[in-house]
Write a protein that binds this ligand. Structure first.
Ligand code: G3H
Ligand code: 13P
Ligand code: ZN
Length: 309
């Protein structure tokens, strides 16, 4: 089963009112946990690698493992570059067999973001690869300040951006945030569904992407802490909000932190309960199983992508 682009996945997801999970992978166990979860739920999946992942595991290893996963499971898998910082990173991913790339120009001003994204789109399309771009800056806690409204994606700019760049999907800022510490403890997470609705109306049938979409399950954080961790004030996006977004124009939902937390909690538990254990298969295997469970849960409760192959 060859790797696929996200084109067909997103078309079906948009029409079907569900989203495809994009899970970050960095090693064999994370990859296997994700694809086992997707296979168990008969769901397509996007496996994404950050530049940090490429540096950690190496693009050749990642691509070979992902191809093995596609062959082994027979499910639709797209291999995606997450937060590509420049054209060089995009070129490396494409040369390494990635079927989809993100160019993240969200920190540039509007015109510069358009110019750089357009260059990436031209290169990627010439190589049969699709491009995710980003407009707006993800809200988040920086120096204890929750990012203000003006960083949210402007719907009119989104239309102009998509028309002028030719990108295939667009990551927008409507209130999600990267990492485990998305909001202060007393802050009620909110997503700006009004902005999403307006973008959906102005860009019909165009796939929208949500980054920073981990739910940060309190029980998993508690399990990390119970077995020796020290993770304070972690907070994520409520599952119902993500499910609602998936039923709208959002076709790709990025989750990384939830996998990291689940794997860490499971590994900590093995070590805490069996201090004499030193077989990596025992603790990494427990981490892999925990990731599979998270992915199955997400497919059922967040994405709605079960039985959509
Ligand atoms: O949004 C970023 C992803 O969670 C990847 O994180 O750059 O630490 O691999 P990373
Ligand atoms: P979280 O780590 O918040 O799940 O975000 C992942 C992400 O957006 C990867 O691009
Ligand atoms: Zn992201």
């Amino acid at each position: 089963m060859p790797l696929v682009t996200t084109k067909e996945m997103f078309k079906k997801a948009y029409e079907g009112g569900y989203a495809i999970g994009a899970f970050n992978i960095n090693n064999l166990e994370i990859l296997q946990g994700v694809v086992k979860g997707a296979k168990a739920k008969n769901s397509p999946v996007i496996l994404q690698c950050s530049t940090g992942a490429l540096k950690y595991a190496g693009p050749k290893y990642l691509r070979a493992m992902v191809e093995a996963a596609a062959e082994e499971t027979g499910i639709d898998i797209a291999l995606h570059l997450d937060h590509g910082p420049d054209l060089d990173a995009v070129k490396l991913a494409i040369a390494s067999g990635f079927t989809s790339v993100m160019f993240d120009g969200s920190h540039y001003d509007f015109e510069e973001n358009i110019g750089k994204t357009k260059e990436v789109v031209e290169y990627a399309h010439a190589h049969g690869v699709v491009v995710e771009a980003e407009l707006g800056v993800l809200a988040g806690v920086e120096d204890d300040v929750v990012a203000a409204e003006h960083v949210y994606t402007d719907p009119d700019q989104a239309v102009e951006f998509v028309e002028r760049t030719g990108c295939d999907s667009l990551a927008i800022a409507i209130g999600t945030s990267h990492g485990a510490f998305k909001f202060p403890p007393d802050y009620e997470p909110q997503l700006r569904f009004d902005i999403l609705e307006e973008i959906q109306r102005k860009l019909p049938n165009f796939p929208i992407v949500l980054h920073g979409a981990s739910a940060v399950d309190p029980e998993t954080v508690e399990m990390c802490n119970k077995f020796g961790g020290n993770i304070a004030n972690a907070k994520g996006i409520p599952v119902e909000m993500l499910r609602k977004a998936a039923s709208m124009a959002v076709c790709k939902i990025n989750m990384d932190t939830d996998l990291r937390l689940a794997m860490t909690a499971a590994i900590r538990k093995v070590f805490a309960e069996n201090p004499a254990e030193f077989d990596p298969r025992k603790y990494l295997g427990a981490g892999r199983d925990a990731i599979q469970k998270v992915v199955e849960y997400k497919i059922e409760n967040v994405l709605g992508s079960a039985n959509r192959l």
